[in-house]
Write a protein that binds this ligand. Structure first.
Ligand SMILES: NC(=O)c1ccc[n+]([C@@H]2O[C@H](COP(=O)([O-])OP(=O)(O)OC[C@H]3O[C@@H](n4cnc5c(N)ncnc54)[C@H](OP(=O)(O)O)[C@@H]3O)[C@@H](O)[C@H]2O)c1
Length: 292
């Protein structure tokens, strides 16, 4: 199986490369090697490689900046995604596209089903929702769209790395306690995406996050306690819970963004790990690598 991964240098792109299955041939160009906003390059690259599967992990992900730079977000997340879909259709590749919980409004009090109506909470979510629509139109609903949330990996700008940095630098920090979601280790998502690639899964929307749910405050406490226990953190830091109103951001965030994963778990025959178990595995990976 020949697989082309776009956005190869992103946090998910790198984990996808690490999770490659041995029987596959993989191409993972970064943005400088394949810019998805360049329609003719995308077409030429797919014609050259002739992948069986394309995983579109390239995206504009600066959520707050997207409030001002909406056109740029649309150019990458909607037009770029559409280019990938058109090229996949023309060359006969299956497309697996990665999307976000921010395509929903965040007002639910039960997990969002994959077919829940899209009502993006912010501009970034709007650009991703438009990408989903364009992909499904271009590929006559045959694309697989995998929405995820609260993604983190060893490398990259994410909540876990931000917390570890703040715990070391400060005595006391404040973290929002009234937004609920599911933290997701990018490695688990990468494994799920490879499984999507290897199975004849029907086109449509799917959800993948780690299992369970928590607030950002609870997540930060878990990172703190596990980092302390593993020796990554030398001293305690006090974490104070605060409401969203005390931490205003340019882009609104969902109060509740837990995704219902049943369809994915059935289709793949595998379930997500609990978020806390995945966090422990990731931190262990970091300490093991540091010792090597
Ligand atoms: N991070 C999260 O919490 C989160 C949550 C929900 C969903 N997602 C989704 O998960 C996917 C992966 O996100 P991530 O966390 O891995 O983001 P990331 O680390 O920002 O990676 C995105 C990658 O896309 C590349 N890219 C940007 N514009 C491009 C273009 N025009 N052509 C080709 N590549 C381009 C970026 O390259 P440069 O760095 O060189 O610009 C970067 O390598 C995205 O679809 C995102 O929407 C993420």
């Amino acid at each position: 199986m020949k697989v082309l991964i776009t956005g190869g240098s992103g946090q998910l792109g790198r984990e996808l490369q690490l999770a490659r299955t041995p029987e596959s041939v993989m191409f993972a160009p970064d943005r400088t090697q394949l810019d998805i906003t360049d329609r003719s390059s995308v077409m030429a690259e797919l014609r050259r490689i002739k992948p069986d599967v394309v995983i579109n992990a390239a995206a504009y992900t600066a959520v707050d900046k997207a409030e001002q730079n909406f056109q740029e977000a649309l150019r990458i997340n909607a037009e770029g995604a559409e280019h990938v879909a058109q090229a996949a259709l023309e060359t006969g590749a299956r497309l697996i596209h990665v999307s976000t919980d921010y395509v929903f409004d965040g007002r639910s009090d039960s997990p969002y089903a994959p077919d829940h109506p899209l009502q993006p909470i912010n501009k970034y979510g709007q650009s991703k929702a438009e990408g989903e629509r364009r992909i499904m139109t271009a590929m006559q609903n045959q694309a697989v769209i995998v929405r995820t949330a609260w993604l983190y990996a060893t490398a990259g700008s994410n909540f876990v790395n931000t917390m570890l940095r703040l715990f070391r630098a400060q005595e006391k920090i404040s973290v929002v306690s009234d937004q609920i979601g599911s933290p997701t280790w990018a490695r688990g998502l990468a494994r799920a995406l490879w499984r999507f690639a290897s199975l004849p899964v029907a086109g449509g929307a799917y959800h993948w996050t780690d299992a369970g749910e928590c607030s950002w405050f609870e997540f930060s406490q878990a990172i703190h306690d596990e980092a302390l226990a593993s020796g990554m953190l030398a001293r305690r830091c006090t974490i104070l819970p605060i409401p969203t109103s005390a931490w205003p951001t340019p882009a609104p965030r969902p109060a509740y963004s837990v995704l219902d994963k049943q369809r994915t778990w059935q289709a793949l025959g595998m379930e997500s790990s609990h978020w806390r178990a995945a966090l422990c595995e990731m931190l262990k990976d970091v300490t093991d690598n540091a010792r090597r």
